[in-house]
Design a protein around this ligand. Structure first.
Ligand code: PEP
Ligand code: MN
Length: 336
């Protein structure tokens, strides 16, 4: 349930509603709109009689949120959330671009990648130090050494770093280095991991599971917000379909549909969506045209030698071209 306060409701009236919610055993979630405060009553509110809140001073009305997701819903907050990764904003008027290799392979590869993506206009650097691989015999990532290399790249370029967390136990270590925690497609429904990152103050990049519906993605985001971390960016990264020419099928529909359902920023990962470098740029541009708030792109200085996802990684000059074209589309639709 959400409680909509009257425009001009006093702080005391707002505090009284919050106290009442807490006394009833729920968590109150405040959202300051430009005109009025909206208070979410979080928890199983079925036994609650809405009228007990509606008679309180300063309350305009209460609304039952019918969707299973509440905190991420536009019902609770109509304006777009802006998620800051250090100084980089996602969800405002600008388009945010995260780029870098799939995995941190060695110092030279990562530092070179960082400098080229920065020169091309990226706002943040990606690179996995802990890799979820289909085969236990494939490269699993450099672990802490990879995190140290990422931190060095941040020092040299100023780019904030985004890296994947695979287990709750990794949070203390990864938090020492990362500016944003990535939850991969395979872990989208790892609820213990979601709750753990929900207790962190770091922003979270939550990728859609390869067989997850949009509602399931939003419910996973709800887990993170319910623990107190509101800094979540959603990522469409392609879903499994019967089509075999591409690795996955980028669900462009997801962009405007998610935008209509949630206030959280949405970015697109065309690299995993298509799985082939030559289709990455056109699909990226489609995502921006559809309203995505940003992109995450795999870039490698030498894709043929990559230890993971080389076939879908862009060479630096191709990434620079993607950024130029993204700029053109962004300008056309009134974004920066
Ligand atoms: C990745 O970003 O390299 C990755 C493993 O992505 P996903 O979880 O979407 O497969
Ligand atoms: Mn990858």
């Amino acid at each position: 349930m959400i409680i909509i306060m009257r425009a001009g409701a006093t702080q005391i009236q707002i505090d009284n509603v919050v106290k009442r919610i807490e006394k009833d055993g729920f968590v109150a979630h405040l959202s300051d709109g430009s005109e009025r405060t909206i208070i979410g009553l979080i928890g199983d509110d079925r036994p609650i009689d809405r009228r007990t809140y509606e008679v309180m001073e300063g309350v305009e009305k209460s609304v039952q949120v019918l969707q299973p997701f509440k905190l991420v819903s536009r019902d609770l907050q109509d304006h777009d959330s802006i998620v800051k990764v250090r100084k980089v904003e996602f969800g405002g008027t600008g388009i945010g671009i995260i780029a870098g290799p799939c995995s941190v392979e060695d110092r030279g590869q990562l530092l070179e990648s960082a400098h080229v993506v920065k020169a091309a206009g990226a706002h943040a650097l990606r690179g996995g130090a802990f890799k979820p691989r289909s085969s236990p015999y494939s490269f699993q990532g450099l672990g802490e050494e990879g995190l140290q290399i990422l931190a060095e790249a941040r020092e040299q370029t100023g780019l904030p770093i985004v890296t994947e967390i695979m287990t709750p136990e990794q949070l203390p270590l990864i938090s020492e280095y990362a500016d944003m925690l990535q939850i991969g497609a395979r872990n989208m429904q790892n609820y213990e991991l979601l709750k753990t990152v929900g207790r962190s103050t770091l922003p979270v990049l939550l990728k859609r599971g390869m067989m997850a519906t949009l509602e399931e993605l939003l419910m996973s985001a709800e887990y993170i917000l319910a623990e107190g971390n509101r800094n979540v960016i959603l990522c469409e990264r392609g879903i499994r379909t019967f089509e075999k020419y591409t690795r996955n099928t980028t669900d462009i529909n997801a962009v405007p549909v998610l935008k209509s359902l949630t206030h959280l920023p949405i970015i697109l990962d065309p690299s995993h969506g298509v799985g082939k470098w030559n289709f990455v740029t056109p699909v990226a541009l489609a995502g921006i045209a559809a309203g995505a708030d940003g992109l995450i792109i795999e870039v490698h200085p030498n894709p043929e030698e990559a230890l993971s996802d080389g076939g879908q990684s862009l060479l630096p000059e191709r990434f620079a071209d993607l950024v130029q074209k993204t700029r053109a589309i962004a300008t056309t639709i009134g974004r920066e």
